[in-house]
Design a protein around this ligand. Structure first.
Ligand SMILES: Cc1cc2nc3c(=O)[nH]c(=O)nc-3n(C[C@H](O)[C@H](O)[C@H](O)COP(=O)(O)O)c2cc1C
Ligand code: SF4
Length: 510
């Protein structure tokens, strides 16, 4: 994981000048000096000065009583922090442009050619606007208003809530699909104080449902947060929002401020461009003001999570379904599923379909049904050849498997998974080998580097995949090591990229 610009940690700690201290004070504008606010301090400096300069960084290190090298280590972990040297910065405005598979398909390279004349461009893996591909963001982003609507504040009995959730069959929509009621019960069994963490990092390329919910269904999300906080008797709530959604911060802050007395305090924190921080323990580290390095488990977050306290971590969509389930009844919600799966879910549909976008559909719908019933069919002139059922990590499947239900457990026998429900659709106009190389490049870039099988394995896989005829035994043994010995899901799932090509598209790889 590295920053776009080259960080230059000072050889010896530099003495901050009065001007450096004043610049820091101006940026922080009264924000307290606490370790867990360190990422926000870096954001404030960057927001004000267009990047991180050695002087104010030295002042920040002194204020935190940390070595400057540690401040550089943290800042350079996050791709969105621009570490500058003493020279005058490039005056052009900063822009982030997605060069992920769907934006590439829709002409990202042409857009890059046009934008680089006027902007300092950063190529990034996904900006969470896949239905509008090719997508890019001006930085800082102007705020996006969210229409104010009345919030419903439920006063449900926590035990009834848990029963309804149990019956609804709701499972985590962040990717891992852990049964939600069971997770809530596990946290409730732990001693107080307990914390709720809302995962709004939405980093899986091709996933843009959480943004949709925050903009179009914020009252549902907030009601879900309030119900979860009450059910586990949380004393604090932390919402970790991906930096690409910083345009939503003003609207979210005012919605949180309107919560009634008795709701635990809600702290809104932004990420800084690290995909791995969506992984729940990396997210906790980031919330604590550190690099987002996933933790070894046990202990699990339910026992020792944020600041060592029992912590419930849920995805935005998971929480948004909770008020719907209580209104509809758990059994009725479960009955909305298809092909044996329970409930509803949001699929992020993109690629070669007529109407890409967020589709609220029965959980367990097949890819073919999703495309036909919700996506308006394939784009004119394109036939389905392949699809990614679960974003970058969920494996690549051929059209002949488009009738397999898109839910937890059904795709695994085919070497794939549904994850966060990001379905990306391809036709023969798309180069699948190139797609696979791009996905593996993404994992190599986003690996936090903490464990050798993932750090070395992603790079080694890229080398092996660059050869005209892939070395199947070498790739298969590499996959076994990565799956068995990686600390987190990033390194464990990354081999899906090449394994799925070896299994389903052998003709493409020699
Ligand atoms: C590399 C990696 C990235 C992840 N990114 C996200 C993410 O962006 N958003 C999310 O909700 N879950 C993400 N997850 C899953 C979380 O670790 C966790 O399972 C989830 O937040 C739990 O909430 P849920 O039970 O409501 O799904 C990621 C997992 C891994 C391994
Ligand atoms: S698997 Fe990869 S991303 Fe996860 S902890 Fe190991 S090196 Fe970091």
């Amino acid at each position: 994981m590295s920053n776009a610009s080259t960080p230059r940690p000072p050889a010896a700690d530099r003495r901050p000048t009065d001007a450096d201290q004043a610049a820091l004070d101006q940026a922080l504008a009264g924000l307290p000096i606490r370790r867990d606010l360190l990422i926000e301090h870096l954001h404030r400096l960057q927001d004000l000065f267009g990047g991180l300069r050695p002087g104010p960084l030295a002042a920040l290190a002194r204020r935190h009583n940390l070595p400057q090298a540690e401040i550089y280590e943290i800042a350079s972990f996050y791709a969105h922090f621009e570490i500058l040297d003493e020279n005058a910065p490039d005056p052009r405005p900063l822009a982030r442009i997605c060069d992920g598979p769907i934006c590439q398909m829709r002409g990202a390279d042409d857009l890059i050619g046009r934008l680089e004349k006027t902007h300092r461009l950063r190529r990034v893996p996904c900006v969470g606007r896949c239905a509008d591909a090719p997508a890019w963001l001006a930085v800082p982003q102007p705020p996006t208003p969210i229409a104010a609507s009345r919030l419903a504040f439920p006063a449900d009995d926590p035990l009834r809530v848990l029963d309804e959730l149990e019956q609804s069959g709701l499972r985590g929509m962040g990717g891992a699909g852990f049964p939600t009621a069971r997770k809530w019960r596990l946290v409730r069994e732990q001693p107080k104080p307990r914390t709720l963490v809302v995962n709004a990092d939405e980093g899986e390329p091709g996933t843009f449902k959480d943004r949709h919910l925050l903009i179009h269904h914020l009252p549902r999300v907030i009601a879900g947060i309030a119900i979860a906080a009450r059910a586990i008797e949380a004393e604090a709530v932390y919402v970790y929002l991906r930096d690409e959604y910083a345009d939503l911060i003003p609207a979210l802050e005012s919605a949180f401020a309107a919560l009634p007395d008795g709701t635990p305090p809600i702290h809104l924190r932004r990420g800084a461009g690290a995909y791995v921080c969506g992984e729940e323990t990396a997210l906790l580290e980031s919330l604590e003001g550190k690099r987002g390095l996933p933790r070894q488990r046990p202990p699990y977050a339910a026992e020792a999570g944020l600041f060592g306290r029992p912590t419930l971590i849920n995805n935005v969509e998971t929480l948004a379904w909770v008020p719907t389930i209580l209104a509809m009844g758990g059994k009725e919600f479960a009955a909305q599923g298809r092909h044996g799966a329970a409930g509803l879910r949001l699929y992020s549909l993109s690629g070669r379909v007529r109407n890409p976008g967020i589709k609220e559909a029965p959980n367990g719908i097949t890819t073919r049904e999703l495309i036909e019933e919700f996506g308006g069919g394939m784009e004119a002139g394109h036939d389905l050849t392949a699809f990614l059922p679960g974003g970058a990590s969920g494996g690549l499947l051929p059209a002949r498997l488009a009738d397999v239900p898109l839910t937890f457990g059904t795709l695994e026998p085919h070497g794939a998974f549904t994850g966060s429900g990001a379905v990306m659709v391809f036709s023969k106009a798309d180069d699948l080998r190139q797609l696979a190389l791009g996905l593996m490049g993404f994992f190599a870039h986003e690996s936090c580097g903490q464990c050798t099988p993932c750090r070395m394995g992603c790079g080694r896989a890229l080398d092996l995949m660059a050869t005209p005829r892939w070395n199947r035994p070498a790739l298969e043994s590499l996959a076994a090591v990565m799956r068995d010995a990686s600390i987190c899901g990033l390194g464990q799932a990354a081999p899906n990229v090449f394994l799925s090509l070896l299994r389903h598209f052998p003709e493409l790889v020699g």
